[in-house]
Structures are given as structure tokens and as C-alpha cells.
Write a protein that binds this ligand. Structure first.
Ligand code: ZN
Ligand code: ZN
Length: 266
């Protein structure tokens, strides 16, 4: 078992890296990667790293590597945002951290008018954002979400595409778009093409299950099938925000795809 998408007390996780590593080792993991939320431009946020926190985060994770040498590979990563026109998961941006790998994620969709809608904060803020920045047109918002992911995959230098259909997170609660509609299928087709063209790894992320929002992984079975047909490589991750969530639903999803075991070397 491996998990490269985890959050700790360096961002919005509950447990320290040391506690996460100890729990992963006890679960029998062969590799564990830390992927704190990177800083966004502007004011520092309480759920992200900051320029000041970078040296401590880097040292803290690097110190764990020798403690588990020969037993479990520990990797320093970061989950970096793509915010159209403002923030990019691009390796040169993170040179001070010099991570082993970068996960690129879209948590903010930028509307044609420049407003930002947060994808996964809460059903209420999502509804408000679509009303305010898309005049209530949920389809336009979802299409922009996928267009911005395609742009990220094709224009930025990073390793793993994070939770690639996160727009589904609140769809069970809000029912704001129909996942079986032809236009949605077309978005998945175009996005699968772009991901395959990018050569990047796509994660199968069980984090929505851990938080009780959906009963499936990101990407959905239909999206995964399209990616699989194009030869896209997968890793399994849980987007853990605590030691308890390290192997969420791994028993269920562990055999769903052929996963890369450990794409990086220590
Ligand atoms: Zn994320
Ligand atoms: Zn995450």
C-alpha cells in the first residue's frame, strides 16, 4: 500500500507528520508521501503552507526519511492549486520547497467575469458561487471546471492530477447537474484526451468517501474507464486529513485499477 495524497498539521490535517508516518508504517505501507496545501498568492490562509512555513515543513518531512529507511519510503510533496490566471502548479514556483513530487488540483473555478467559485468548501458556498458568478448556470460552471483542468494538465509542470472530478462532491446533496447527460460525457472525453496527452499520473482519490459526501472515488467509474482506455497511469490515494483516514476504502478500490506502486525514488 502507498498513499501520496495526505495532509498534516502543516496545513489542514489533524495529525503531525510523525504520527501519520507511524500509523502508515503500522498499516504496512511501503511508501508515504506528504502533500500539504501549497500557499496561494495574497494573504496567508490557515489551511495552506506559507513562505515562512516552507523550511520547517521541508525539514520536518526530510527528517522522517532516515527514520524509516529500509522500512517505508517517505516523500516530500505538495498539493498545488491551479487558479486560472493567478496560480499554477508549476515546478519552478516551488523551487524553495524542492519537493519530490507535485499534485496539481483545481479547487477554484474562475468564471468568465473573473469571479472565483470554490469547488469543495460547502454546498452553500458552491450554490452561492454559481448564482453569483455564473447567473445560476451550473452547466457553464462544470464546463469551466473541466476546461481549467485541461489547461492545467497541458500547460503546467507537475506530476499527479488531483481528484479530477471534484465537482461531483456536492452533486449528491445539490443535484445541480446530471452526470449521465451527453454534454457531461463530452467533457469527460475531452478531459481524458488532455490527461492522456499530458502524460501525467491520475489519482484515484477516496477522500470524498472518508468525509461522507459521496460513495465513490474521484474519478467516477465512467471517467476512469475513459482514462484507462487511453493508457493513463493511476495511483491510489485517500487525501487523508488524519492518520485514521490513511487507508480509507483501500480494500474496496485497491483492485479496481492497476496502480503504480511508487513513481518516485528516494
Ligand atoms: Zn484537494
Ligand atoms: Zn488534498
Amino acid at each position: 500500500m502507498t498513499n501520496f495524497h495526505t495532509h498534516s498539521t502543516w496545513c489542514d490535517g489533524k495529525d503531525s507528520p510523525a504520527a501519520m508516518a507511524e500509523a502508515a508504517f503500522r498499516l504496512g505501507f511501503s511508501a508515504l508521501g506528504f502533500s500539504s496545501h501549497a500557499m496561494l498568492p495574497g494573504e496567508p490562509l490557515d489551511w495552506t503552507l506559507s513562505a515562512e512555513k516552507i523550511p520547517g515543513y521541508r525539514d520536518g518531512i526530510l527528517r522522517l526519511k532516515p527514520l524509516y529507511a529500509g522500512k517505508m519510503d517517505v516523500f516530500l510533496g505538495v498539493e498545488a492549486d491551479f487558479v486560472k490566471g493567478r496560480c499554477f502548479p508549476d515546478r519552478p514556483v516551488y523551487s524553495a520547497l524542492s519537493p519530490d513530487y507535485i499534485i496539481g488540483s483545481v479547487h477554484f473555478v474562475v468564471s468568465p467575469g473573473g469571479g472565483e467559485v470554490m469547488v469543495d468548501e460547502s454546498p452553500a458556498s458552491l450554490s452561492d458561487g454559481i448564482a453569483k458568478h455564473y447567473g445560476g448556470d451550473a452547466r457553464a460552471y462544470v464546463k469551466d471546471y473541466f476546461a481549467q483542468q485541461r489547461q492545467m494538465a497541458l500547460s503546467c509542470d507537475f506530476d499527479v492530477i488531483g481528484h479530477p472530478d471534484l465537482v461531483r462532491k456536492f452533486n449528491g446533496r445539490l443535484g445541480y447537474f446530471d452526470e449521465s447527460s451527453p454534454w457531461y460525457d463530452e467533457e469527460l472525453e475531452m478531459t481524458a484526451d488532455a490527461f492522456a496527452q499530458s502524460g501525467k499520473i491520475v489519482e484515484v482519490n477516496t477522500g470524498g468517501i472518508a468525509r461522507g459526501w459521496i460513495d465513490d472515488a474521484y474519478p467516477s467509474p465512467a471517467f476512469r474507464a475513459k482514462l484507462r482506455r487511453r493508457g493513463v497511469r493511476f495511483i491510489l490515494s485517500s487525501d487523508a486529513h488524519s492518520a485514521q483516514g490513511l487507508d480509507c476504502a483501500f480494500g474496496r478500490f485497491g483492485n479496481e485499477e492497476e496502480y503504480l506502486q511508487c513513481p518516485w525514488k528516494n
